[in-house]
Write a protein that binds this ligand. Structure first.
Ligand SMILES: Nc1ncnc2c1ncn2[C@@H]1O[C@H](COP(=O)(O)OP(=O)(O)OP(=O)(O)O)[C@@H](O)[C@H]1O
Ligand SMILES: [Mg+2]
Length: 211
């Protein structure tokens, strides 16, 4: 059984697909056999991204597949070193099902209290439903300033959850990169790639520490 890392959130647009793709890209580049499972069948955004990536002949190839639910995706987990679940937003029952099966559950969050409060409630609900808190972690995204980042980090840590080191600043270049089938570690800007790399590095360390 391979490692399963799931990206979930209460709010939409926080960066689940963005971070799931970046992790898949980095794992594939590192030589792991990896599957990115797109559970957001309504949107299929990671599938669209893979199509753009293939059309532009971007290496390494990242394997993406749609699944109707977590159980179906998990059946595939045995065949890979790493199964990455790109979850749908606002579906508490699906999120619980995904979290039960994942070795690590990552919830991206923006820095406003409007983002942070429901994000914390979502993790509280998972803990209440029996998911061990040490399998949950936050990742900060859509960050404007350093002050905003440190305030958000403090809020989440105070709520009792770890937050990955590093973060993604809010940058149009991250959107543009993904529009063209690239991951956020593959933009045209070295400094932005380094930011995304640092966040992915702390995620990989966390995965390895747990596995
Ligand atoms: N740091 C960032 N800077 C700029 N744009 C970003 C950043 N992170 C994500 N985006 C953009 O924000 C939008 C939402 O991101 P993404 O699709 O990763 O979120 P999501 O959590 O998967 O959303 P959904 O809930 O709809 O599945 C996308 O257009 C993405 O390109
Ligand atoms: Mg998504």
């Amino acid at each position: 059984m391979g490692t399963v890392v799931a990206f979930v959130s209460q709010k939409g647009g926080v960066g689940k697909s963005t971070l799931a793709r970046a992790l898949a890209r980095e794992a594939a580049a590192g030589g792991l056999s990896v599957k990115l499972a797109d559970l957001d069948t309504q949107q299929g955004t990671s599938l669209d991204w893979q199509r753009a990536r293939l059309a532009a002949s971007i290496e390494p190839i990242v394997s993406v597949e749609p699944f109707g639910n977590a159980a179906q995706a998990l059946k595939a987990a045995a065949s890979y070193d790493l199964l990455i679940i790109d979850g749908p937003a606002r579906t508490s029952s699906a999120t619980l099902e995904i979290a039960k099966a994942a070795g690590l559950v990552v919830q991206p969050s923006g820095p406003s209290l409007d983002d942070l409060r429901p994000a914390v409630r979502e993790f509280h609900a998972l803990v209440k439903a029996g998911i061990p808190a040490n399998r949950l972690t936050f990742a900060l995204n859509h960050i404007g300033t350093d002050a905003e980042e440190s305030d958000a980090r403090a809020f989440l840590e105070e709520a009792g959850y770890p937050v990955l080191a590093g973060y993604l600043p809010e940058r149009p270049a991250y959107r543009r990169a993904q529009n063209g089938g690239h991951a956020v570690t593959e933009t045209k800007f070295a400094a932005l790639n380094a930011r995304a790399d640092a966040l992915m590095q702390s995620l990989v360390e966390r995965v390895n520490a747990d596995g």
